[in-house]
Ligand binder design. Structure first.
Ligand code: CP3
Length: 340
């Protein structure tokens, strides 16, 4: 039986299931070797042979309880015709959207055709995973994806996007609504093809004041969750509004997600009391303590388990694994969580 699915259905399992955000990728030697075979990072994502292999690498190496599809949140703007490229060492680059005309030029007609290789990867993965490993699909949340589309890449404080949302809220709403629609359609197709759980990453949810958080994070999540659940009523959905602080409680109560992924700043006892009564919790080990290892790692893991494992809980990091994390630390973490 799949422990991740049981947990998401409300069972308290001991030891809790464990998987790690960004578990595939550069911290694995076998990933770096495989990556040499693709020209660009997006070519890699759109190659089912390579994406399937990268998805399976951490499952083989660590025996984690879930496989997360190897892809990226920025395939969606790429599929809408806003060309995305990844420059090594510099992160993603997009031609920034500079207003309503650019937003209106985004084109949804080729969405599923463009993303077809990803659906093919999911179909193949379903035949290759064991009886105990759950396949997780994912997408970026509208707010976070919009920040990349408007900034043209990563940015320190997302000032352009936050300013645009205040100065042209109606135009920004058009972009968010478009992203709500395509993200829901994308997640539904992932589930049609065999994703058993989906996670929605809102990595930059934490930069918004409460009124804006409600409009650009909570409302879009509500719509996506409702639409996806209409097509797939039993599909568990995990939300990750990273940095939401007290907003985690509102997010959990209002969006309809089955589980929330906590970042490492959320106090455990607060989360146990205010969130875990009604919503499954995933998280929230600091990726830097995993990289550091040793006694501090042991203490942090025991603290999380002692506060959160009495109710439905999925062990994970508070954000993605860092590329220079030693594989021995990851193995040690998994052994600790499994009580070995
Ligand atoms: O979790 C997994 O193992 C599955 C794959 C996955 C990737 N990106 C692969 C990737 C997932 C789930 C993501 C999500 C993602 N992508 C997020 C949300 C989670 C988070 O970290 O906040 C965001 C914001 C992105 C956008 C993105 N992709 C950035 C900013 C970058 C550059 C910085 C970086 O980490 O390299 C990427 C590139 C990226 N996505 C890589 C990988 C393995 C590195 C590409 C390479 O191999 O050179």
């Amino acid at each position: 039986m799949k422990s991740l699915l049981q947990t998401l259905k409300g069972a308290t399992i001991s030891p809790p299931p464990i998987w790690l955000m960004r578990q595939a990728g550069r911290h694995l030697r076998e990933y770096r070797d495989l990556r040499l075979h693709a020209n660009t990072f997006l070519d890699f994502c759109y190659s089912p042979d390579m994406a399937v292999e990268a998805t399976l690498q951490p499952v083989r190496r660590y025996g984690v309880d879930a496989a997360i599809l190897f892809s990226d949140i920025l395939v969606v703007p790429d599929a809408l015709g806003q060309n995305v490229s990844f420059i090594s060492g510099m992160g993603p680059r997009l031609e920034p959207l500079d207003g309503r005309t650019a937003i209106d030029r985004l084109d949804t007609t080729n969405l599923h055709a463009h993303l077809a290789p990803i659906y093919e990867s999911i179909r193949r993965l379903r035949t290759q995973l064991s009886e105990t490993t759950t396949l997780i699909g994912f997408a970026g949340a509208p707010w976070t994806v919009a920040t990349y589309m408007i900034e043209g890449g990563s940015s320190r404080d997302h000032q352009r996007t936050r300013a645009y949302a205040y100065e042209s809220p109606d135009d920004f709403q058009v972009l968010i609504d478009l992203l709500v629609e395509v993200t829901a359609a994308y997640l539904i197709r992932q589930a049609d093809e065999g994703a058993e759980v989906v996670q929605i990453f809102d990595s930059w949810a934490g930069v918004l004041p409460p009124v804006q958080f409600d409009r650009w994070v909570i409302k879009p999540f509500q719509k996506i969750v409702a639409t996806v659940k209409t097509a797939h009523p039993h599909l568990p959905i995990i939300g990750f509004p990273r940095g939401a602080g007290l907003g985690y409680a509102t997010f959990s109560a209002k969006t309809g997600v089955d589980a929330v992924s906590l970042d490492s700043t959320v106090p455990l006892t607060w989360a146990a009391k205010n969130i875990q009564q009604d919503t499954v919790i995933q998280g929230n080990l600091d990726n830097l303590v995993l990289r550091a290892g040793g006694k501090q790692l042991e203490n942090a893991v025991q603290e999380i388990l002692s506060v959160l494992s009495a109710r439905p809980f999925i062990f994970n990091l508070g954000h993605g694994i860092l590329p220079d994390t030693p594989v021995d630390n990851v193995r040690q973490l998994i052994d600790m969580v499994r009580g070995r």
